[in-house]
Design a protein around this ligand. Structure first.
Ligand code: AHN
Ligand code: ZN
Length: 331
């Protein structure tokens, strides 16, 4: 009996143990033996994003309380509807730092609205009423076209929306086009910097979400994502509130070969829409915003030269493809 155990039973038990070892015991990839979903990330079309920017810029400056602003809001609602989103609009009268009442409109496109696992993507769609950083003084009271500052982020997200309609990721996505981001104090006004003077539309949305009790795993803000040779660095508030999201997004960018565009360096802090998503909505949110040693954000930032000539499809592609990589890999 003893030898029988030694040469038959023990070897059998050993084989059985080794055979089971990989399945239940060590859940190395966290899948618990469930069949893994094969993720195919669609290809971001930078030409399409470019056209979306051009169409916004064609309205002229989308300054709140202007005709172009109303016309562009209709365009954006139409586009999101065309791309199959459930569209919400929020009309609000918001008081600017200078007392002006702004007729603002936030526009939200929801994909897979029933899904509890959600990611928020946002960009501001208004343009700044004054080119206060223009080198020519006579231009500083003119509104800006905001091809990069405003339209680029929206243009990229409209292309993301088109892709979402073609192929759904495993999660729900909300695209927020926030209004009244850029009606902040002019540089020549000697007013103390007040964070709350900026991003009025996003502040409104965070205090009055389009869906009661709205939540998302994280948010990604796109701001000035179309400039030639733009470089994106870890922004300070993004690091403070959503460090892991910064890492996730930069990792995706590097995997795709966009390491020259997405640098693993610190870029300084920016008062921007994401600040209020973090603080008021309490959703960890990063800002993809250029950081240039020479120009700050962008060469033509808040100047009358922020037009289509400054828009480069390569940057749009790097940002758009990275966003797709991240959201299609969420389970
Ligand atoms: C400030 O200049 C305080 N914030 C920049 C936010 C911004 C303006 N993004 C685009 N335009
Ligand atoms: Zn701006």
């Amino acid at each position: 009996m003893k030898t029988y155990f030694k040469i038959i039973i023990w070897p059998l038990l050993l084989v059985a143990f080794l055979a089971c070892g990989n399945k239940g015991r060590r859940d190395v990839d966290g899948t618990q033996g469930k069949p893994q979903r094969v993720v195919i990330v669609p290809s971001f079309n930078a030409d399409s994003a470019y056209c979306n920017i051009k169409e916004q810029v064609a309205f002229g400056p989308r300054v709140p309380n202007s005709k172009a602003h109303v016309a562009c809001s209709k365009y954006l609602i139409g586009k999101l509807s065309e791309y199959g989103a459930k569209v919400y609009t929020q009309q609000a009268r918001l008081t600017a730092y200078d007392g002006t009442l702004l007729n603002a409109c936030n526009i939200i496109g929801a994909y897979n609205p029933e899904c509890k696992r959600r990611v928020l993507l946002l960009a501001h769609w208004d343009s700044r009423p004054w080119a206060d950083a223009d080198p020519v003084e006579a231009n500083r009271s003119k509104p800006i076209l905001g091809a990069n500052d405003g339209a680029s982020g929206v243009g990229v997200l409209l292309e993301v929306a088109r892709q979402l309609q073609q192929q759904s990721p495993a999660i729900g996505i909300d695209i927020l086009f926030a209004d009244a981001e850029d009606w902040g104090p002019r540089q020549d006004e000697n007013v103390a910097h007040e964070e709350s003077a900026w991003a009025l539309g996003t502040q409104y949305w965070a205090n009055n979400p389009h869906v009661v009790g709205y939540n998302a795993r994280f948010g990604i803000l796109l701001d000035m994502v179309g400039g030639e040779n733009s470089v994106f660095k870890y922004e300070d508030y993004s690091e403070y509130y959503a460090r892991d999201i910064n890492r996730k997004v930069w990792k995706a960018a590097h995997k795709l070969g966009y390491g020259k565009t997405f640098r693993r360096e610190n870029g300084g802090g920016v008062t921007d829409d994401h600040l209020f998503v973090n603080r008021l909505a309490r959703i960890p949110c990063i800002d993809i915003i250029p950081s240039d040693d020479r120009y700050g954000f962008y060469k033509y930032w808040h100047t009358t030269q922020d037009d289509m000539n400054g828009i480069d499809r390569l940057t749009l592609k790097a940002v758009g493809q990275t966003v797709l990589e991240v959201i299609y890999n969420e389970q």
